[in-house]
Design a protein. Structure first.
Length: 104
């Protein structure tokens, strides 16, 4: 099993499945890969209150993929630690290359 199982091409973007740990000591995007859950792990400093962790995740992914925050949307799990994020304006290959560089 590979982290690539968490990345899926869709008709209008790339969907990435995440397991988010809010309230961590520091923000680490990505922080690992859960083989069992088939999700990329993320640690966020922001608490899970009033959408702050979601905002921090979108900002961190915007920086990671060099895209505007408006290109990133939470498609599932807005109030859950298991989230699916759709990224517009980037290919699956580029997403995988960037994540591979950060996870290795």
């Amino acid at each position: 099993m590979s982290f690539e199982d968490a990345v899926k091409q869709t008709r209008d973007g790339v969907v990435i499945d995440f397991e988010v740990t809010p309230g961590a000591k520091s923000t680490v995007v990505p922080s690992g890969y859960s083989v069992w859950r088939k999700r990329i792990e993320v640690k966020l400093k922001a608490p899970p209150e009033r959408g702050r962790a979601n905002e921090e995740l979108i900002e961190a992914l915007s920086d990671l993929f060099h895209l505007p925050a408006s290109s990133i949307e939470i498609t599932a799990g807005a109030t859950n630690s298991r989230k699916s994020i759709k990224v517009h304006g980037i290919s699956t290959d580029v997403v995988i290359d960037i994540l591979r560089g950060k996870l290795s």
